[in-house]
Structures are given as structure tokens and as C-alpha cells.
Design a binder for this molecule. Structure first.
Ligand code: PGA
Length: 248
């Protein structure tokens, strides 16, 4: 099982160090794949503190360009060299606040893969889209636009994070049945576009208000391979609780 923590814009390098001083010694008790998506400024300390452990360091975004005239941006090559192994692409906050469109996301994914990074592609519907029964169409469109031009073997390095936008940071979550239904839709899209084995093997995680109290229930979903956790990962004891609940 994959447990991906999205720190968003939280924790300074010093705070990240303090956090990891509590997490790292206990990490050997867990057999999940733990991925910490840190702010850029915490990547170096994160990498240093987790050296020799199974914890992997992720970033939360990358620039679609390789280098050059893009003031304020960070490329896939830079992330790889900094020791990052995963990168979030297309988080709903980036799509809405920073106007990232599907064309740019497709380029970001290609650049990440070219630089040997694993991609966590975030997709999900708004509440209005859910209420008007558009969830399947939204998931299909977001996945197909993002993965356009990829070869089937590249899916090994892609994880799809299903995050209903209305569930992010809201305290609202989906019933297990609904999570499995969405994961089923995603597997079908991958099956149709690539192959049945690709649909079966694609790694899918669920995200949106997962916390230490609801994680036991949510992790009963059978069609997912892990969880993407925002707010509840920021407190060490809550994150450790999530890790122990999902440690099978
Ligand atoms: P949340 O965030 O767990 O705080 O809802 C999840 C995410 O946005 O990745």
C-alpha cells in the first residue's frame, strides 16, 4: 500500500526536520511505501533525514520545461538531482488557483518521466459535476488528456490519485462503495486506452479528507492501492496513527 503525504505549503525546513525526527525512527515498523511530498525548500532536509530508510521524497509540482527562461520554476531534472523520486501533477489546487491546463499537465508528465520521476496524477470531479452525474466523463477526460502520447510501459511510473475536489480539506469523504466505483471507472479508462492488464495494474490512490479516524474505513476500498493525505499528515501523531492503521 502507498501512503502519500501532501504537505502543501506547510512547514519550513526546520519544522520538517523536527517532524522527521519523530517519524523516521518509527518508519521501519511500517511496511507501506511512504512518500512525503514536501515543499521545494524542505526537499534537501527531507532527503538528508530519510537517507537509508524506505521513505521516499516527492515534490508537489514541476515545470514542463527543462531549463531556461522560467523565473521561479523548478524542472524535473532539478528535482531528480535533488533526490526526489515522486512528483504530484495536476493537483486540483494547481488546476484552479494556478490555471494549469491539461496541455501543460501532459507536458509536465512527459518531462517528469523523461527525468526518471514517478508521477502522481491527481484527478477528480467538483460537487456540481458529481451532482449532474458527470464524474465518469470528468475522470475520463482528465486522464486521457494528461496521458496523451504515453506508452503502456510508462504507466508503471504513474499513480492516479482520485481526489473529488469537494472532499479536499472539507471533512467530507466518500463511502467505500463510491471510492471503488470511481477506481473502477479509472481502471476502465486505462483498459480501453491501453490494455486490460494496464487497467488492472495501474496504481490508484484515494485522497480527500482522509484522517486518523476515518482511515480504517476508507482503506477497506478494494480497488485502490493507497491513500493521498493532506491536512492529517502534518501532525506527527496523526500521521503515525494513519500509518499504523493501514499497516497490514
Ligand atoms: P486533505 O488534502 O487530506 O487535507 O483533504 C488532500 C489533498 O489535497 O491532497
Amino acid at each position: 500500500m502507498k501512503i502519500i503525504a501532501n504537505f502543501k505549503m506547510n512547514k519550513t525546513p526546520f519544522e520538517t526536520k523536527e517532524y522527521l525526527m519523530n517519524i523516521v525512527p518509527k518508519s521501519k515498523d511500517f511496511n507501506q511505501e511512504i512518500i512525503l511530498c514536501l515543499p521545494y525548500t524542505s526537499i534537501a532536509i527531507g532527503k538528508f533525514m530519510t537517507e537509508g530508510t524506505s521513505i521516499k521524497i516527492g515534490a508537489q509540482n514541476l515545470c514542463e520545461e527543462e531549463e531556461g527562461h522560467s523565473t521561479g520554476e523548478i524542472s524535473g531534472r532539478m528535482l531528480k538531482d535533488a533526490g526526489v523520486s515522486y512528483v504530484l501533477v495536476g493537483h486540483s489546487e494547481r488546476r484552479s488557483k494556478f490555471k494549469e491546463n491539461s496541455k501543460a499537465l501532459n507536458k509536465k508528465i512527459k518531462s517528469a518521466l523523461k527525468n526518471g520521476l514517478n508521477v502522481i496524477l491527481c484527478v477528480g470531479e467538483t460537487l456540481a459535476e458529481r451532482n449532474t452525474l458527470k464524474t465518469s466523463q470528468v475522470l475520463k477526460d482528465e486522464i486521457e488528456e494528461a496521458l496523451k502520447g504515453l506508452y503502456e510501459n510508462e504507466l508503471e511510473n504513474i499513480t492516479i490519485a482520485y481526489e473529488p475536489i469537494w472532499a479536499i480539506g472539507s471533512g467530507k469523504t466518500l463511502a467505500v462503495k463510491e471510492i471503488d466505483m470511481a477506481a473502477g471507472i479509472i481502471r476502465k479508462v486505462i483498459t480501453n486506452d491501453f490494455s486490460p492488464s494496464a487497467g488492472e495494474n495501474i496504481s490508484i490512490v484515494y485522497g480527500g479528507s482522509v484522517n486518523s479516524k476515518n482511515v480504517g474505513q476508507i482503506s477497506k476500498a478494494k480497488k485502490i492501492n493507497g491513500l493521498l493525505i493532506g491536512g492529517a499528515c502534518l501532525d506527527e501523531s496523526s500521521f503515525l496513527q494513519i500509518l499504523s492503521t493501514t499497516n497490514h
